[in-house]
Design a protein. Structure first.
Length: 143
C-alpha cells in the first residue's frame, strides 16, 4: 500500500493498523529517496499525510517538521506547498497548508483552507480535533 492509497482509505472513513502505517512510512521514505524528492512542499505534504493515517506515531509532523525550524525554511515550504495547492485544491493539500500558513502569518488564506477541509467529513473531524488540541495552542500565541 502506498501513502496515497492509505490516505484515500482515510478519506473514506477507513483506518489502517499502526503496523500497516509503519510499513507505509517505510515504503514512502524509500520511494522518496529513490525518486530524489527534494521539494520541501512535497516532503512536508507527505509528512502531513503520515500524520493523518498514523496520528499516534506521526501526529506532530505539521508543527514539528524540520521544515518549520526557521523563517527561511517556513517561507520556502509554504511557497512550494501553496503552489501545489493552487494546482491541486483538495482537502488533503488544504489540510497540509494550514500550519505553514500560520507559521508565515498568512491568516487570510485560513478561511479558504478551512472550507476546503470541510468538504471531507472524516478529514474535517480529524482536523477539528488536532487543530484545537495540538496546532493552535502551539502556533497562535493569542490562543
Amino acid at each position: 500500500m502506498t501513502i496515497d492509497e492509505a490516505v484515500a482509505l482515510f478519506l473514506k472513513g477507513e483506518t489502517i493498523s499502526v503496523e500497516e502505517a509503519d510499513k507505509v512510512s517505510g515504503r514512502h521514505q524509500a520511494a522518496a529517496e529513490a525518486n530524489g524528492i527534494n521539494n520541501d512542499g512535497s516532503l512536508y505534504l507527505n509528512s502531513v499525510k503520515m500524520s493523518v493515517i498514523s496520528p499516534v506515531r506521526h501526529g506532530g509532523w505539521p508543527y514539528r517538521s524540520s521544515l518549520m525550524d526557521n523563517e527561511r525554511e517556513q517561507r520556502k515550504t509554504y511557497n512550494e506547498l501553496k503552489a501545489i495547492y493552487e494546482k491541486n485544491q483538495t482537502p488533503m493539500v488544504a489540510y497540509a497548508l494550514v500550519c505553514p500558513a500560520m507559521f508565515v502569518n498568512d491568516f487570510k488564506i485560513l478561511p479558504e483552507l478551512f472550507k476546503k477541509i470541510g468538504e471531507n467529513p472524516y478529514l474535517k473531524t480529524h482536523f477539528d480535533q488536532v487543530y484545537a488540541k495540538q496546532w493552535k495552542p502551539r502556533l497562535d500565541p493569542d490562543f
